[in-house]
Design a protein around this ligand. Structure first.
Ligand code: FEO
Ligand code: CA
Ligand code: CA
Ligand code: CA
Length: 596
């Protein structure tokens, strides 16, 4: 059956059918336009992009590679003027450079890659339905060469000192920034995720404790994929053993102050942060939720000691940024309420009709106090995964984005997939991760006692083809929903509908963006709003009343493709090289998104 239109405000559009077009395909009645692409100018003096004549100096001033998270930070109440803030997660050198030699990258190629990482801040104005970049004092590139201040309880720890930074308080740059969020005080949080892949020579470390710490974070092998260690010893674990401890943090950027020094917050722990997002407790304390995107890793939260100052002044921003340096870090333990025997790993609903239960936040450290036997507080913050392993936290199916719903106050987390669930030597099905060989992922809904230590939870979606009996769509009629696979990012419209972007669709369609009501009779009615081009992932959705933006990441990145053999020609068509880009989508008649 074809999914029908439905009529919940915000999701009232005709769903896009699964497809493999090398285009952004939107719901009928919508228009699209590129906002900015890899290589487009960001700061003054940026040269026009020339794919065949790239330089590091140019890339430092141009939009970076592989846009992931994006946010529109409003500068006026009508939403006409915004700061577009974007993460540039990673580089794919074989797609960036024609004739690239994986064994012998040139120094200039490596320096281009350093400059293509980080974030961009771009002033954008509404124009003809879409968004147009403007020259502005706010425009900024943050790269792997930008100084960051390490803050919070572990700043200055011996584990964070290097020969370039004997104080352990200043790090050059940020990398593998995946998802993020806008804080209530107008700054951007961004998660350093698969930072491990950039470090070489881990194999030479044999001292058991150091080796265990590297292993748990996936830092292994001799040479790294990108060979950066040949051009700067900080990427060589044998020469600079602590540099790797200076990545894997939540970073905070103040886009309103282009001169500000970005921050790495050690109090939020070090792991493969997909993101961190803020919920404010009734008493004004702030709570940051974060997931560790790895098979069988954990969900965390941080609760501040101090209280949020309201208002948008620079003084309030400074005060609120410091909240994330002083508080308590917790990890989540999930308990199902159905008998274990009813969770058989097939996704069959237990007798009570729901995958649901209660949970507990287990404290790991607070300030300089550790709650984990055998770990100092610094060790909890810096080797957080190993500390969390000790306290009985629940191993999840790759926690990706986690964000509070501003309308109903519940927390939503995408668990993208985990095909190892239930395989030999691994944890089996539990009510919070109920399928073995979980190919398509699920979406968790949490009712958290914000600053407290208890929560309730249930699974809103168990993803896949609705004809697959292991799927669950919030109890809604499965003949009326769009297939969805590998949820990654989550966002909300002003009605509180959940919007989900996907990465790695295992249903033979391109990835896309979906909307789903979470309350009322259409709870669970998943509808596809758009699909992205071949090989691309849909990232960083922003849902505003009259415009939606998505980041199209790694178009054309499929096995065997490269700059010499491109598998996508999006967005410029013809024989052009694919370029990761931010796309705006709006209604042709100028009306509200998802309303008739
Ligand atoms: Fe970069 Fe967890 O996706
Ligand atoms: Ca149950
Ligand atoms: Ca992601
Ligand atoms: Ca992902």
């Amino acid at each position: 059956a074809r999914p029908s239109r439905g009529n919940v405000p915000g999701t009232d559009f005709s769903p896009v059918a699964p497809n493999t077009a090398d285009l952004v395909v939107t719901a009928e009645g919508y228009e699209q336009g590129i906002v900015i692409r890899w290589g487009d100018p960001v700061v003054p003096g940026a040269p026009a992009f020339d794919f065949n004549k790239q330089t590091a100096a140019a890339q430092e001033k141009q939009f970076g590679y592989n846009n992931d998270f994006a946010e529109l930070v409003p500068l006026d109440p009508n939403g006409n003027e915004n700061l577009l803030v974007v993460n540039h997660e990673y580089t794919t050198e074989t797609h960036m450079f024609p004739g690239y030699d994986e064994n012998n990258p040139t120094e200039e190629q490596v320096r281009i890659a350093w400059a293509a990482h980080g974030l961009s801040v771009v002033f954008v104005k509404r124009a003809g339905g879409g968004l147009k970049p403007q020259p502005s004092k706010y425009n900024r590139r943050i790269t792997l060469n930008t100084p960051f201040e390490l803050r919070g309880p572990a700043a200055g720890s011996d584990y964070l000192k290097t020969s370039a930074d004997p104080a352990g308080r200043t790090v050059l740059g940020t990398q593998n920034n995946c998802s993020g969020s806008l804080t209530p005080w107008g700054t951007i949080l961004s998660g350093e995720e698969n930072f491990n892949q950039y470090f070489g020579n881990a194999d030479s470390i044999t001292e058991p404790t150091a080796k265990q710490r590297l292993d748990r974070y996936g830092i292994k092998g001799a040479t790294s994929t990108r060979k950066w260690e040949r051009f700067d010893k900080r990427w060589d674990v044998a020469q600079e053993p602590n540099e790797v401890n200076r990545f894997g943090w939540i970073v905070e950027i103040d886009p309103h102050d282009p001169q500000s020094t970005p921050v790495k917050h050690t109090a939020l722990g070090r792991f493969k942060h997909e993101t961190a997002s803020i919920q404010v407790a009734d008493d004004g304390r702030v709570v940051a939720y974060s997931g560790d995107d790895e098979r069988f890793d954990y969900i965390y939260k941080f609760v501040s000691n101090g209280k949020m100052k309201r208002g948008a002044s620079a003084l309030a921003r400074r005060h609120n940024m410091a909240l994330l340096d002083d508080g308590t870090l917790y990890v989540a333990k999930f308990t199902g309420n159905s008998p274990a025997g009813e969770i058989d790993g097939t996704g069959k609903l237990p007798a009570d009709g729901k995958f649901d239960g209660t949970g507990e936040w287990i404290p790991l450290a607070s300030g300089k106090k550790s709650f984990v036997p055998g770990f100092t507080a610094d060790e909890v913050y810096i080797f957080t995964r190993l500390a969390a392993d000790k306290v009985g936290a629940t191993k999840m199916d790759r926690p990706e984005d986690i964000q509070p719903n501003p309308v109903n106050g519940l927390i939503y987390c995408a668990l993208t997939n985990n095909t190892n669930r239930g395989s030999a030597g691994h944890a089996g099905a539990v009510e919070a991760n109920p399928r073995v060989g979980n190919k398509h992922g699920h979406v968790l809904e949490m009712d958290d006692d914000t600053a407290g230590t208890k929560f309730r939870w249930n699974l809103l979606l168990v993803c896949g083809d609705p004809n697959d009996p292991s799927t669950y769509f919030g109890g809604f009629d499965k003949s009326k929903v769009s297939p969805i696979s590998c949820p990654d990012n989550v966002a909300f419209d002003r009605h509180g509908n959940l919007w989900i972007s996907t990465d790695g669709n295992a249903l033979k369609s391109n990835d896309g963006l979906f909307a789903v009501p979470v309350d009322g009779p259409e709870r669970g009615r998943v509808k596809q709003f758009l699909t992205v081009p071949n090989g691309a992932e849909t990232c960083g959705p922003v849902i505003r009343d009259r415009v939606v933006t998505v980041c199209v990441q790694h178009p054309g990145e499929i096995d065997g493709a490269s700059a010499d053999n491109p598998a996508s020609h999006w967005p410029d068509g013809g024989n052009s090289q694919p370029r990761p880009s931010v796309v705006a989508i709006w209604r042709k008649d100028g009306g509200e998104i998802g309303r008739r």
